[in-house]
Design a protein around this ligand. Sequence first.
Ligand SMILES: NC(=O)c1ccc[n+]([C@@H]2O[C@H](COP(=O)([O-])OP(=O)(O)OC[C@H]3O[C@@H](n4cnc5c(N)ncnc54)[C@H](OP(=O)(O)O)[C@@H]3O)[C@@H](O)[C@H]2O)c1
Length: 323
Amino acid sequence: MDSKHQRVKLSDGHFIPALGYGTYKPQEVPNSKTLEGTKLAIDAGFRHIDTAYAYQVEEEVGLAIKSKIAEGRVKREDIFLTSKLWCTCHRPEMVKPSLESSLRKLGLDYVDLYLIHYPVAMKPGEDLFPADEKGKTLLDTGDICATWEAMEKCKDAGLAKSIGVSNFNRRQLEMILNKPGLKYKPVCNQVECHLYLNQRKLLDFCKAKDIVLVAYCALGSQREKRWVDPSAPVLLEDPVLCAVAKKHQRSPAQVALRYQLQRGVVVLAQSFKEKEIKENVQVFEFQLTSEDMKNLDGQDRNFRYASADFLADDPKYPFSDEY
Ligand SMILES: NC(=O)c1ccc[n+]([C@@H]2O[C@H](COP(=O)([O-])OP(=O)(O)OC[C@H]3O[C@@H](n4cnc5c(N)ncnc54)[C@H](OP(=O)(O)O)[C@@H]3O)[C@@H](O)[C@H]2O)c1
C-alpha cells in the first residue's frame, strides 16, 4: 500500500487516512483557491479531505473531487471526505436535511464522515453566526443526545458512512457514550491539537473508548485575525520544533504533522501552496525518536488558537472543562 495512504481503523470498521487536507479558508480568500488547493492536494497524494457546511466551500471541494475522478486519477471510494453539521442545525429534524444540503453542494451522494461541528446549538436560520444588535450570539437550547440520534439516522440512510463529533470535551463524549439506546458511538472527535495543546488527557480518554482523535490547527492555524489573537505564538517557529526538524533535515511543518501520527492521532493540514501541499504529504518517510517525541511533548502549554469565543456564553461551551 502507498505509504501516503496510511489509514487508521474506525470503531465502525471503516478506515480513515491518517493525514487529511483541511479546507477551511478565511472569508476574504476567494473560493477558487479551495478548488485549486483541493485539486493540488489530491494530485499530491492526499486522500482524506476535511470540509464543513460552515466553511462555505463544499461546492468547490466537490468540484475538485469530481474533476479528479473524471481525469481518472482517483475513484470516489479512494477519497475519504468529511463534512460537518453546523450549530444552527442541531434540532433533530434539521440534521438529515442539513446533510442532504451539503451533499447537493458537494454534488456527491454520500460523505465518508459527518461530524457535529460543535456541541453548542445556535438559533436556526440562514445566518451562520446569528447575533443580536449588540453582537451577542443567539444560542438555541439543544440536546446533544437528540442531535446524535438524528446523526445515527443519517448513517442508517447511507448518507454518511461514519459519524462522529468535533470540539467535544470528555464530559460531552461521555454523555453520548452513556446515552440509553446508543446505536453507534462517535468514531472520532476532531479537536484543536498541536505542540502547544497536545490534548494528552483527551487523547488517552479517546483511545480507551476507541474514538480516533483528529487534530486541527496542527500547524498552528491560519492565524485569521477574526478568530486568532495576532500575538499568539507562531507554532512553526517553535525553537524545539525547529531543532528537531533540522536534525532530521525536514521542515517544522513535517515534524509537527509527524508528531501527531506517531501519537496515533489523525492529522489535518491546510495550505493553498503547491510546495507546502507536496511537503505535507512527505510525512510517512521518516520517524521521530522517542527522545524527539519527549522533547516535543514538553512544549505543551495548554494554549488554544481557536477558542470559539462566540459560543462561550453557553453552558455547553466545551473549552471550560480541563479536557
Ligand atoms: N472542527 C473544527 O472546529 C475545526 C477548526 C479549525 C480547523 N479545522 C479543520 O482543520 C484544518 C486545518 O487547520 P487550519 O486551517 O486551522 O490550519 P493549519 O493546518 O494548522 O495551518 C495552516 C497554515 O500553516 C501553513 N502551512 C501549511 N503547510 C506548511 C508548510 N509545509 N510549511 C510552512 N507552512 C505551512 C499555511 O500558511 P501559509 O499558507 O501562510 O504558508 C497554512 O495556512 C482546517 O482547514 C479545517 O479543515 C476544523
